[in-house]
Design a protein around this ligand. Structure first.
Ligand SMILES: [Zn+2]
Length: 409
């Protein structure tokens, strides 16, 4: 990124620069990304195209845009210019439970939009709003149906049945439609206190039906088989951790190499349920990944489930997941859909996850690096690969943020 006109091409100067830009003669754009390989999975448009931004929006996409028209020019030569990436399952209600500051894992790791996955419930959502307001990353939220959300992971938020309050959750969602995209519940036995999950799933769906919003569930180690749970989800609902290796996964009670994928998983896909990776620290088994890919049951969404502890690894990002799935033979283009257009649909924000003139001024700059890289699953298995995908910059609301990718292992 050598050709910035400003000495620093960071975010901090963009506010003042925006106001001076229009005053300067001949300046039409705030920012120009020059010479990149443009890829927009939503429209299928691809090619060597320049992208200009003004007034927080994409102003123009064309084969050649004159550099003298832009206040700031960033070279994208050798890079891919893609829609601002969306991580639809993270924990970023900073100060609550294991949440991490949004910008640490958002714009600083290539994602312009994050959806918090139930860190807050109706009683502590208010504390999340100032965090959302003071970060550059766009932050949306799945609201936990437990009033306390995921305040302390040592205390399963569904153990106290009295803490589940659908009326309150629906009310908070109605008051915050610009932030809340749906409702969340963790259904694992360590959350329910070994109680069956299905009564909680019924309550969760009650909230979704009342507010006309989707729900997101956390599976793995549930009392009931996964198939019974999947059968209850409606089109547009999200099953997170669908490639978990924990008890009651897509390969049955426990996964073993000869096991077949449960039919309910295919049925859920056919019905329009979103299958979400949400890797986290322990929700992805290579066996489940291998089997799902062999069977054509690709993820709808790659998401990180990043938290404060897992964010300590600077290499952990959406791009690490893309790299990982590419080693299993999933194409870069398919992975790109899973972090742009697909999560945009799942969170009910179809204006995100795409790059078009007049649209939201968010983009991510990606690079494919060659070398010797090691990736790991959550059971300690490793795989080698000779290429990895990294993010080297983002555009958020029309202003550029440079990223320094983490060193490889
Ligand atoms: Zn999570």
């Amino acid at each position: 990124m050598g050709s910035s006109r400003d000495s620093k091409s960071g975010s901090s100067q963009s506010k003042t620069a925006n106001s001076t830009a229009s005053a300067r003669e001949g300046i039409r754009y705030d920012l120009l990304l020059k010479g990149g390989e443009f890829i927009d999975p939503a429209s299928g448009r691809r090619g060597r195209l320049d992208v200009a931004f003004s007034e927080k929006k994409v102003a123009e996409i064309a084969p050649e845009i004159d550099s003298s028209l832009a206040r700031q020019v960033e070279s994208a030569a050798g890079l891919m210019v893609v829609p601002g990436l969306i991580d639809c399952h993270v924990h970023v209600a900073e100060g609550i439970g294991v949440s991490v500051r949004p910008d640490v894992i958002g714009v600083n790791r290539g994602a312009t939009t994050l959806a918090d996955a139930g860190s807050c419930g109706s009683c502590n959502f208010g504390a999340f709003k100032p965090v959302i307001a003071e970060n550059r990353t766009r932050v949306l939220a799945w609201l936990n149906i437990s009033t306390i959300g995921q305040t302390d992971l040592r205390l399963g938020e569904l153990i106290l049945g009295a803490a589940v309050n659908i009326e309150e959750a629906v009310e908070v969602a109605a008051d915050n439609p610009e932030i809340i995209v749906g409702f969340k519940a963790r259904l694992s036995s360590y959350v329910t206190g070994n109680a069956p999950a299905i009564p909680y799933l019924q309550r969760l769906l009650e909230a979704g039906n009342a507010a006309k919003l989707p729900v997101m569930i956390h599976v793995g180690d549930t009392v009931e088989p996964l198939g019974r749970i999947l059968d209850m989800l409606r089109p547009g609902d999200v099953c997170s951790h669908y490639l978990t290796s924990r008890r009651h996964n897509i390969l049955g009670i426990m996964g073993f190499p000869g096991a077949a994928i449960i039919p309910e998983a295919f049925e859920a896909r056919r019905r329009g349920v979103f299958l979400d990776v949400a890797r986290g620290r322990n929700h992805l088994g290579f066996l489940q990944v291998q089997k799902a890919i062999e069977a054509g049951l690709l993820p709808d969404m790659l998401s990180t489930d990043l938290t404060l502890p897992s964010s300590a690894d600077p290499g952990y990002s959406l791009m690490m997941l893309v790299t990982q799935f590419m080693t299993f033979g999933v194409s870069f283009e398919d992975c790109l859909k899973q972090i742009t257009v697909n999560p945009a649909k799942a969170i009910g924000r179809p204006e995100l996850g795409k790059l078009e003139a007049g649209g939201v001024g968010d983009a991510t700059l990606l690079k494919i690096e060659e070398g010797d890289f090691t990736i790991r699953d959550v059971d300690g298995q490793t795989r080698k690969t000779d290429r990895r995908v990294v993010a080297v910059g983002v555009v958020r609301d029309g202003s550029f943020v440079k990223i320094h990718p983490a060193a490889s292992e």
